[in-house]
Write a protein that binds this ligand. Structure first.
Ligand code: ATP
Ligand code: MG
Length: 735
């Protein structure tokens, strides 16, 4: 059979990997060197050249999306379509096994899967029944403990306990949790992997069946497998089967979730006959982008080390933009994106990558303003996030106590002892009296319709809202948001949860204050009272509209937004890395320890190497974060890229910069002050100093629109940059 078409489009090393006769194979190679391509071609090769049955192939990918893509790519390489091959994620494949072998796995046939939220709720119930002090041992922490033990393959019965309080308590919860899951026929995500592993160990005949079946096992993104996933693979491969893993130690970015970069070294120990193939030619990026990535990652100490090169030309320099602040950064990115699109490119070939979810809000705002369709991967849009919806619910109650949805949402968030039964009671009073939940709460309290404990708890809620409302009446919008965030216990609520996710939620809450601060509504005129409920309403409407705005349809050509973590394995012609600042990226939590910093650097390497043709990096001189303006230093990662690869962008209309301390890097030039670009139909020009009745003095940065809609962006000394409608703003020119 002629199989040359499978090898034709590969280089020598790739061919060596695809047609390699060795039983165990490790493909260790840098980004964009064709690892995923090799894996796909290897499957085609097995099917066509080695006449392997599709039934004998098991391929593990990182996401369901990549699994689908992989199938598509294999089919396009092959004459006929095929069935019976297993391609999926670790979780997907393990779940499939458990559905088939529920009995052997010790499960009930209709076992239910618990997602993270369900799991947390269950842990909370358990903690309550065990009378565990929630302040000392938050449910979230117990949940984290349980999951990390499972990732290591440990059940409560296998854990040594040293009589310390922490382990004792965690084990007690873990054990009760296991029992509750068994009783209820429920399994969580970690359990799916652990059970599937135990299925092998406890059922030799099942294992044997699959070992006989899956003669060819292939794994992509191997550097990010955790202990239990690796153990599962190793057992399945046994002594007879072929196992090919492909990965890049420089792209290991899930250490915080239990992934073990050491699995790569361990592979060579466990399969000592394994051949290692290195791919060194990069086919994805321009030479400039690749050099930047190579230089950056060479700053990491713990590396297996490799050398990537490309035949591709230098291409354009990497553009580096120093924004005044986060709004300026977002506008810059969206403007460039628009240029790119106007030049006949597809939006979907462009991506904006960022370190923290909270960064997406400013970018989303700018995209919405331009009417540019976008899609966010792996995360909710800002105003749809749980923690934001909670805070907004409080703000809504400040305006309108009869907002039942808001009451439902936060009556017991954070927990204040109003249980499901009490809430049901309130609902039934509301139904009977045909009144709002708020009124029903008041009635229950006033007429002592509940136990005194429940009644006190409900009263606590009513008083809290009244108190918030009173305090807010004296505050401006951003202060209102800040007050709510700080006085509802929402921050503490998430602090107690602990972990990466909780940190992100707290950052998002702080970001809400920034959003409120930057909110300005062109429909609202000068003399408008910023403390009024109407202004708050306008803000809430905007939030609701933003959240309701449907994401671009699957088929629509849309810009891609995602965190650096979700960008793994993907490629785009145009990439923006936003927020390249110390503390943001590298993230402040990781700056002080080498291992954390190196993981951040790998994440940056992943980001840079997503770009095929053009890369932009941006950082802001000042960024409003956690409700306050911080002066930001550019990320050290920028300095780790050779100067000659970078091109510092001057603004199209060069304008003056605020006079506060600029932290310049190297010898790069800064934009010049220029006052000769005029705002049409006015006596204003860019760079000019103006004074505003409310915001004080500032510098004109930019303008857009004409006639009654003309707006200018002013960077105020006191409050940062704002867009103002000229016809309302009544700016006065300073000499
Ligand atoms: P990552 O580490 O980011 O996952 P990777 O090593 O898996 O990257 P691929 O995604 O397989 O790399 O390949 C990167 C790009 O280079 C793809 O567009 C792929 O089609 C192309 N490519 C790889 N090898 C070749 C080749 N021999 N000839 C032409 N194009 C190639
Ligand atoms: Mg890949």
């Amino acid at each position: 059979m002629d199989v040359s078409h499978i090898l034709d489009s590969l280089n020598d090393e790739q061919r060596n990997a695809v047609a390699n006769p060795s039983q165990h194979l490790l493909v260790l190679a840098g980004a964009g060197s064709g690892k995923t391509r090799v894996l796909v071609h290897r499957i085609a090769w097995l099917l066509e050249a080695e006449q392997a049955s599709p039934y004998s192939i098991l391929a593990v990918t990182f996401t369901n999306k990549s699994a689908r893509e992989m199938r598509g790519r294999i089919e396009s390489l092959m004459a006929n379509s095929f069935t019976g091959m297993w391609v999926g994620t670790f979780h997907g494949l393990a779940h499939r096994l458990l559905r088939t072998h529920w009995k052997e796995a010790g499960l009930v046939q209709d076992f239910q899967i618990l997602d993270g939220d369900d799991q947390l709720r269950l842990v909370k119930r358990i903690n309550r029944s065990l009378k565990i002090d929630e302040d000392k041992w938050p449910a979230k922490q117990c949940q984290w403990y349980i999951n990390s033990q499972k990732d290591e393959g440990l059940r409560s019965g296998n854990i040594d306990h040293f009589e310390d309080d922490y382990t004792k308590t965690m084990l007690q919860v873990y054990k009760a949790y296991e029992e509750a899951c068994d009783r209820g026929g429920m399994i969580d995500f970690g359990e799916i992997l652990l059970r599937a592993h135990e299925l092998w160990l406890k059922n030799p005949q099942v294992l044997e069946h699959y070992q006989r079946r899956f003669k060819h096992i292939l794994v992509d993104e191997f550097q990010d497998t955790n202990s239990i996933q690796y153990a599962w693979l190793r057992v399945l491969a046994g002594t007879q089967n072929q196992l090919m893993v492909v990965g890049d130690d420089d792209q290991s970015i899930y250490g915080w979730r239990g992934a073990k970069i050491e699995n790569i070294q361990q592979f060579n120990v466990d399969f000592s006959d394994a051949e290692t193939v290195r791919l060194e030619q990069n086919y994805r990026s321009t030479s400039t982008i690749l050099k930047a990535a190579n230089n950056l990652i060479s700053n990491n100490q713990s590396r297996l080390g490799k050398n990537l090169w490309t035949e591709d030309g230098d291409g354009e320099q990497i553009s580096l933009y120093e924004a005044f602040n986060e709004q300026d950064e977002a506008r810059f990115i969206v403007d460039r994106m628009q240029d790119w699109f106007n030049n006949g490119n597809r939006r979907s070939d462009a991506a904006i990558l960022y370190r923290s979810n909270a960064q997406s809000r400013e970018l989303e705002d700018a995209l919405l303003r331009m009417g540019m369709p976008y899609r966010i991967y792996g995360g909710h849009r800002f105003y749809e996030r749980l923690e934001i919806k909670n805070a907004l619910a409080y703000l809504r109650l400040v305006i309108n106590r009869d907002d039942d949805t808001a009451v439902e949402r936060v009556i017991n968030v954070p927990a204040r002892g109003i249980g499901g039964r009490t809430i049901e009671q309130v609902r039934s009073v509301a139904r009977a009296e045909n009144c709002s939940l708020w009124q029903a709460c008041a009635k229950c309290v006033n007429e002592s319709l509940m136990t005194s404990r429940a009644s006190n708890a409900v009263l606590g809620f009513l008083e809290l809202i009244d108190e918030l409302s009173l305090a807010c009446s004296e505050l401006e919008l951003a202060e209102k948001a800040e007050y709510i965030v700080n006085h509802t216990g929402l921050i503490q609520h998430h602090e107690k949860e602990g972990g990466e996710k909780a940190r992100a939620r707290i950052e998002n809450l702080e970001e809400l204050v920034t959003a409120a601060n930057n909110f300005d509504d062109p429909d609202i005129d000068e003399g408008f009272d910023l403390k009024s409920n109407a202004f708050l309403s306008a803000f809430l409407d905007k939030a609701a509209l933003d959240a309701g705005e449907t994401q671009a349809h699957e088929s629509e050509d849309a810009v891609q937004l995602m965190t650096l973590h979700s960008a793994k394995g993907l490629e785009f012609h145009l990439v923006f890395l936003a927020g390249m600042e110390e503390g943001l990226f590298p993230h402040k939590m990781s700056i002080d320890n080498i291992a954390g910093l190196e993981e951040e650097r790998r994440l940056c390497y992943v980001g840079i190497t997503r770009a095929r043709t053009k890369l932009y990096m941006s950082h802001a001189e000042s960024r409003r974060m956690h409700g306050e303006v911080n002066l930001c230093r550019p990320s050290r990662f920028i300095n780790e890229i050779p100067n000659e690869l970078l091109d510092e962008i001057r603004m199209k209309s060069s304008v003056s910069r605020p006079s506060f301390g600029k932290t310049r890097i190297g010898s790069r030039v800064s934009s010049e002050i220029s006052g000769d670009i005029e705002v049409p139909e006015t006596d204003l020009s860019l760079g000019q100093r103006v004074v505003h009745g409310k915001f004080g003095e500032g510098v004109i940065l930019n303008y857009e629109g004409q006639g009654p809609n003309a707006r200018v962006q002013v960077n105020f000394d006191a409050v940062g940059s704002k867009w103002l409608v000229l016809s309302y703003a009544k700016l006065e020119v300073l000499a």
